[in-house]
Each structure stands twice: as C-alpha cells, then as structure tokens.
Design a protein around this ligand. Structure first.
Ligand code: MN
Length: 195
C-alpha cells in the first residue's frame, strides 16, 4: 500500500494527515474551514485516495495559513506515498463540468514543481474561505509534491461550481497519473530513469 502519515506543527497551524493512494475514497476531514472540508472530501472521493485530516489553524485571523499549510502537507503526503513512483502512469488529464463551469487539470508527476493556474473567481468569500486561497493551495501542493500542475478554468460563473470543478478535475487527473500501469509496473516512466 502506498501510504503516508505526517504531523506538522507551526505557530499558525497544527495538522495531522494520513493518505492512502491505494484506498477507496474514504475521508475523515476536519480543517476548521467548512469549504475546504467539502473540497477535500470531494478530492478523496474522486481520487479514490483515503484521506484523514485533523487541523487546528489560526482561523480567527483568516483562512490563509490553514489553507496554505493544508496544501503543503497534502503535497508532502503525496510525494511520500508515491515513493519511487515505479510503475505509475505519470501523466493525468481531466476536464470536469459542474453545471455552467468547466475546468481542466493536466498534470505530470515529474519531480519538478510548477503551477500554471488560469481562473477568474467572481466571489471573494465562501463561508470562512477566501477564494484567492485556491491558487495558494494548489501552489503549495505542486511545490511539495514536486508536480507539474496546470489548472485552467475554461469558463464558469458560480465560484463554488468553479472551485468544485477544479478539485474534482485535479482528483481525477491525479488518480490517473498515480495509477499503476501493469505493463510497465517495474519501470520508472522517464527516459532519464528517474522521476
Ligand atoms: Mn458543492
């Protein structure tokens, strides 16, 4: 089983996270930011990863440190659980509609971090979540998982729909990329021999 478990404590947040890439989409998530709980539950369901998160953050300030640090720890967990990446498909791509919104995610578990993020979010706040933190979350994930991550909002008007389509397309693309290709299960899919 490709699993990882990380505890990270700073003056701003305390996060305990357990990830199982070869899971069944089970989630037990409590971040203190309701919209992030909703998004991370969707992420677990659509990736098929099991994900447990307990987070105590300084949400009396705002959601900034909590959301960014959740991205950091999720990225670290993905990297650790993937291990030597032997046999993975490496690339993933998924376009997901949600009502009027369409978002595509294209990613490469390349060993190099890079985020391209094209989105326009009309609403600034959803619950106690500042929507500008969406980009910061994915930046932290790509930095810490060493993943090339391109997220593009093709169109959409409702901010909840747009961000939800992002998390679902990210989850589905990552599920593809992390899946084991039985034909190549003893190989690392890089002409350099390492990811
Ligand atoms: Mn929703």
């Amino acid at each position: 089983m490709r699993t990882s478990s990380i505890v990270r404590k700073t003056k701003e947040t305390e996060i305990t996270m357990t990830l199982n890439i070869d899971g069944s989409g089970q989630a037990n998530i409590n971040t203190g930011v309701g919209f992030m709980d909703h998004m991370l539950e969707l992420f677990a369901f659509h990736s098929g990863f099991d994900l447990e998160i307990q987070c105590i953050g300084d949400i009396k300030v705002d959601s900034h440190h909590t959301v960014e640090d959740l991205g950091i720890v999720l990225g670290d967990c993905i990297k650790e659980a993937l291990g030597d990446k032997k046999g993975i498909y490496r690339y993933g791509q998924m376009a997901i509609p949600m009502d009027e919104a369409l978002v595509t995610t294209t990613l490469d578990l390349s060993g190099r971090s890079y985020l391209v993020y094209h989105a326009t979010l009309p609403a600034m706040i959803l619950g106690n979540f500042e929507t500008e933190m969406t980009k910061e979350f994915f930046k932290a994930v790509s930095d810490h998982a060493f993943m090339t991550l391109h997220i593009q909002q093709v169109y959409g008007e409702n901010t909840h729909h747009i961000i939800e389509a992002m998390f679902k397309s990210f989850a589905r693309a990552l599920k593809q990329a992390a899946a084991i290709d039985e034909v190549n299960k003893d190989k690392v899919i890089s002409s350099k021999g390492m990811l």
